[in-house]
Design a protein around this ligand. Structure first.
Ligand SMILES: [Zn+2]
Length: 284
């Protein structure tokens, strides 16, 4: 699932391909905007806001898209084969003389007035990768609902924008608590450290082709038992996608359960806090 870092990389690629150039083709394949024609207009910039993409176009227009679970934007050279998926999955085509940007499986695609962008992204909390990043504000929003499970609170883009399921699981692991522990029950000082760590992880990954949370020891949180297992270089993540495989720290099999219909991975040896009913065996 795309997280803030992936969306930012996409925005950078689209910006490089489209910004400053006039559109020679525009094709929005959603019923509401199927007749919109943007050809002849210059793309001003493409930017990410949390997990939303904003393509600003001359004339006060913004094309707002969201990748959600498996959407993507690809950029092609003239004559290059489009490989992002079957044609019926294409939702948008924007082209200039040198590049063609194709949006696949975009669950959100809408044309807005740039002055009304806040309708689309105004609900977002401070953006972990944005110029307005404000850890104090993010912390305040997280603490405003102390009874909420940590995993759910981290995924709520109104608290802080940019964390998806991978980072949620990895952050809970690094904080040594399960995703079901209420925010208000975290040990003193852990939540501020978690917010700082989230920002550092997303920044460390913003230019990497593959996301990793095991990059450097400085990214590990200080409290808790020392690292016993040597982190193997090929392991990019501590818990996400590693169900039943041994924890890189303690060797216990990583567990998997649903949290609000999303997969949540955790290590029963390293992380304390509540876990869902019915997840008892190591083979779950
Ligand atoms: Zn462990």
């Amino acid at each position: 699932m795309p997280e803030g870092d992936t969306v930012l990389q996409t925005a950078t690629r689209l910006h490089e391909a489209l910004a400053g150039q006039m559109l020679t083709r525009s094709d929005l394949r959603v019923p509401r905007f199927a007749t919109a024609d943007l050809t002849g207009r210059t793309v001003l910039d493409v930017t990410a806001r949390g997990k939303h993409l904003l393509t600003r176009i001359e004339g006060g227009l913004t094309l707002h898209s969201h990748l959600r679970m498996d959407g993507s934007w690809r950029v092609y050279a003239p004559g290059e084969r489009w490989r992002g998926g079957p044609g019926h999955q294409i939702r948008a085509v924007l082209a200039n003389a040198e590049h063609t940007a194709v949006g696949y499986r975009l669950p959100v695609l809408e044309l807005l007035r740039t002055s009304e962008e806040s309708r689309a992204v105004g609900h977002l909390g401070p953006d972990l990768l944005g110029p307005d990043w404000n850890p104090g504000l993010a912390l305040g929003r997280l603490l405003a609902a102390p009874e909420r499970p940590l995993g759910e609170a981290l995924l709520d883009q109104r608290n802080l924008a940019g964390i998806g399921n991978v980072y949620m699981c990895e952050l809970c692991f690094l904080a040594r608590v399960t995703p079901w522990l209420p925010v208000g029950a975290l040990p003193d000082g852990v939540l501020p450290r978690l917010v700082t760590l989230a920002e550092r992880l997303l920044h460390a990954n913003r230019d990497r082709p593959t996301r990793t949370t095991t990059i450097t020891s400085e990214l590990r949180t200080p409290p808790g038992p020392p690292v016993r297992a040597t982190v193997r270089v090929q392991e990019r993540l501590y818990v996400y996608g590693r169900a039943r495989r041994p924890c890189l720290r303690c060797g216990a099999p990583i567990r998997l359960a649903d949290q609000d219909d999303r997969p949540a991975y955790w290590c029963p040896g390293c992380q304390s806090g509540p876990t869902p009913q019915g997840v008892s065996g190591d083979t779950s």
